[in-house]
Design a protein around this ligand. Structure first.
Ligand code: ATP
Ligand code: MG
Length: 306
């Protein structure tokens, strides 16, 4: 089974595409077969970070049925084992991404024949991003240490959690009173903890089921563009707060130091971890990659036992 890691954020420009390209490269260097999928529809630029000029035949060819299987549009990159699917020509589709097209993309992604599938998503809480983020039980959220970025990160976490919670309630046999309350148009402002109260009140038998389902989701957090004068424990604090307030599992993966050579690598169309493998930021990225692999191993061991 491939492992899918969607990467998103509450705020734009925090380093999602850079981190997707870096983690993808590091997985590939460990001998894993990896595909990076640019799903920032309408604002895609991952190809530039990978040094690929004018990629052809991407997601658009799959959506307009020129190509029947999504893996046919995966192209090799300069890193062996690392492949790429672009969405450069999907700008026209973004306004018209029908629910059926979204499902078609999600279904095709889950069938891609790779060990690791990394999805570079847009920022913010629009439904396309949240649904692509929900493709997997293990999503990665990026923020910077700036208060505005952290604020938007919490907003994104809440929106993603709520979307997952609603999916569970919709799909499984919850009391109709719960469904009506959760999906009522008058309750648009209802937040995740309120919904748990609704379930407890109307459907107490399903409380444990809901909590167990929610605990299957593993949110991972990375703080990027980290500078020396910032509180080293910031990520751990966010992890603690989230684990206290939500029934899902939150794991802080680590900080990635700020390095001016990162934008310079983008300008010169080099993959940073390839060009500068021995910098502090590359060491941070390697540590994070190892932590992801370790947590994956623990998850699959746990699922074999249960
Ligand atoms: N650790 C870092 N140190 C210095 N610069 C960085 C770091 N990480 C990313 N950058 C720079 O920040 C800018 C934004 O990065 P990137 O495009 O990866 O962000 P993004 O979250 O994908 O943006 P968008 O929301 O527009 O898709 C780029 O110029 C990149 O080179
Ligand atoms: Mg990006």
């Amino acid at each position: 089974m491939p492992v899918i890691y969607p990467i998103s954020s509450g705020k734009g420009g925090v380093g999602k595409s850079f981190i997707a390209a870096s983690i993808g490269t590091l997985f590939a260097k460990l001998g894993k077969k990896v595909v990076l999928v640019d799903l920032d529809l309408g604002a895609s630029n991952l190809h530039t970070l990978l040094g690929i000029k004018n990629p052809k035949n991407g997601l658009n060819s799959f959506l307009n049925q020129t190509v029947k299987k999504l893996d046919r549009v995966a192209v090799p990159t300069i890193v062996s084992n690392l492949f790429f699917i672009n969405s450069l020509y999907c700008s026209m589709e973004i306004a018209n991404l029908y629910h059926t097209q979204k499902l078609k993309i999600i279904r095709a992604i889950t069938k891609l024949p790779f060990d690791y599938i990394i999805l570079d998503l847009g920022a913010g809480s629009n439904f396309n991003t949240l649904d692509f983020f929900s493709t997997s039980q293990e999503g990665i959220i990026i923020c910077t240490p700036e208060p505005t970025s952290i604020e938007n990160c919490f907003r994104f976490i809440k929106a993603a959690y709520l979307r997952k919670l609603k999916q569970i309630i919709k799909r499984h046999a919850f009391n109709s009173a719960v469904k009506n309350t959760v999906f009522s148009p008058n309750k648009t402002k209802m937040e995740a903890p309120d919904i748990i109260d609704v379930v407890l009140k109307h459907d107490p038998d399903r409380e444990n089921f809901l909590k167990n389902k929610l605990s299957e989701f593993k949110f991972k957090l990375i703080i990027n563009q980290f500078r020396k004068n910032i509180d080293e424990t910031l990520g751990d604090k966010i992890e603690t707060v989230c684990n206290r307030h939500f029934y899902s599992n939150f794991q802080f993966l680590g900080n990635i130091s700020y390095d001016e050579r990162i934008p310079e690598s983008v300008v010169s169309k080099n993959i940073y971890v390839n060009k500068y493998p021995y910098t502090t930021s590359s060491a941070d990225l390697k540590k994070i990659t190892e932590k992801i692999i370790k947590s994956r191993r623990l998850t699959s061991q746990a699922s074999k036992v249960s």
